[in-house]
Write a protein that binds this ligand. Structure first.
Ligand SMILES: Nc1c(C(=O)O)ncn1[C@@H]1O[C@H](COP(=O)(O)O)[C@@H](O)[C@H]1O
Length: 160
């Protein structure tokens, strides 16, 4: 069995349609991952055990998505040295601006790599996680370069 290198965590099952976009990119790049629901607010004990155990469990990067009062990515980052790539999920009430502002304004000393709001941000979170892993994995770096080349070719066809 291949060990998951990336953990995709989200505050609620309702975030999955967004966070699935990260999973799709990781699938395309053949990066093994797991996905689970963890909430700083609703399941605080589960959050602590996940965040404190993630490195020992073999994870190298954490992707964390949450909406509204989105404290999940920052709280995870406070309890692990692993890079946390964050996705502000688009909220119904405020279109994700609340999620973005909750996530992005981290205090100095605890870093979170915040992506754009919604599905594009989730896809880019998958790419960013792969790019981090590719710094020590030459085969993955080749797959990333090929992925980008295909994207460039696709755009070239579309604009012709
Ligand atoms: N922002 C957080 C956290 C957290 O940050 O710990 N836990 C759940 N949530 C968010 O609440 C929103 C609504 O959740 P429900 O759809 O379950 O009511 C979701 O976008 C989730 O990420």
């Amino acid at each position: 069995m291949t060990m998951a290198l990336v953990e995709i965590v989200m505050g609620s099952r309702s975030d999955w349609p967004t966070m699935q976009k990260a999973a799709e990119i990781l699938d395309e790049l053949q990066v093994p991952y797991e996905a689970k629901v963890v909430s700083a607010h609703r399941t605080p004990d589960r959050l602590v055990s996940f965040a404190k155990g993630a490195a020992d469990a073999g994870r190298k990067v954490i992707i964390a998505g949450a909406g509204g009062a989105a404290h999940l990515p920052g709280m995870i980052a406070s309890m692990t040295h692993l890079p946390v790539v964050a996705v502000p999920v688009k909220s119904k009430a405020l279109n994700g601006l609340d999620s973005l502002l909750s996530i992005v304004q981290m205090p100095k000393g605890v870093a979170v790599a915040t992506q754009a709001i919604g599905e594009a941000g989730a896809a880019n979170a998958g790419l960013m996680a792969a790019q981090i892993l590719a710094t020590s994995d030459d085969e993955l770096a080749k797959r990333l370069i090929a992925w980008r080349t295909r994207q460039t070719e696709q755009v070239a066809v579309e604009v012709e």
